[in-house]
Design a protein around this ligand. Structure first.
Ligand code: OAD
Length: 255
């Protein structure tokens, strides 16, 4: 591991044909979206996120869990993509223009990568902007956000409770999304991990998978994480400052 050469990270990206960008809530922190573990403020101070983000919590108190997700959805809606989201989109476009492949895998549920124009985003933990029937599993992606519910907590026309379309603790990741992330991670040259504490599995295991398959791991995070020892380049800093700089240096000459 080298401690922080942006130039080395840029050189790795400039040479890469296949890149995976893997993001966590730190990438949205500068947009004002609280990170998962920092979100429990105000009314929610007395709760643990791990205690609300479970099917058991929803079944016990669907109104409480729905309100927590409403608050998170509203917080995400008023935020804008930041310089890191924009730079990641630019990285993706540039690599694809060079006939390479850049797969964006996110643990975030805030939709900010899509709003920054990224394509084919793999949402490992779902989205705040979808709902699923608790019994039926049927996915609902309404045009209108917030949805005009007639009752609360929301139900579909058959009376089935609508749960947030996110992955909760104890649930499996969406199979197709995970398989695509797994395939991309096991066959990339560079795996760029940005703003994740790398503690929640199986998502965090993608970093180990990429490293064991020979990819150069680049980490961007103000703090060390359990993935830091796997990183060939570990950049201590904010995503909004570091990621645009890596992308600028990687493709500065325009070739
Ligand atoms: P965490 O809240 O666990 O970690 C956020 C990470 O972002 C930390 O390592 C911070 O050091 C880092 N960070 C903070 N500000 C940053 C900045 N400006 N630039 C770069 N990094 C910054 O969030 P995640 O790793 O995303 O899953 O959490 C992973 C999953 O844990 C979430 O998707 C959620 C939770 O359980 C589910 O809900 C299933």
């Amino acid at each position: 591991m080298s401690d922080g050469s942006i130039g080395e990270a840029a050189a790795l990206l400039a040479d890469a044909r296949r890149v995976v960008v893997f993001t966590g809530s730190g990438v949205s922190a500068e947009s004002g979206v609280p990170t998962f573990r920092d979100a429990m403020t105000g009314l929610w101070e007395k709760y643990e996120p791990q205690a609300l983000a479970t099917p058991q919590a929803f079944d016990a108190d669907p109104e409480l869990v729905s309100r927590w997700y409403d608050e998170r959805r509203c917080a995400a809606m008023v935020c804008e993509p930041n310089d890191a989201h924009v730079a990641i989109t630019e990285l993706q476009r540039t690599i694809e223009e060079r006939a390479g492949r850049c797969t964006l895998v996110t643990q975030n549920v805030d939709g900010l990568h899509e709003r920054a124009g990224a394509s084919g985003v793999i949402e490992l933990h779902g989205s705040l902007f979808r709902w699923r029937g608790r019994r039926s599993g049927r996915v609902l992606e309404p045009d209108e956000i917030p949805m005009p519910f007639e009752s609360y907590p929301p139900r579909d026309e058959s009376g089935d409770l609508l749960r947030p379309g996110v992955v909760w603790f104890g649930e499996s990741l969406p199979r197709e999304a995970f398989e695509a992330a797994d395939e991309a991670s096991s066959s990339c040259d560079v795996f760029l991990s940005i703003g994740t504490s790398a503690v929640v599995y199986p998502a965090a295991g993608l970093i180990e998978l990429a490293s064991s398959c020979g990819a150069s791991v680049i980490e961007v995070n103000p703090n060390e994480t359990p993935a830091t020892p796997l990183a060939r380049v570990s950049l201590r800093g904010r995503a909004g400052a570091v990621v645009p700089e890596i992308v600028r240096l990687a493709f500065a000459s325009g070739d």
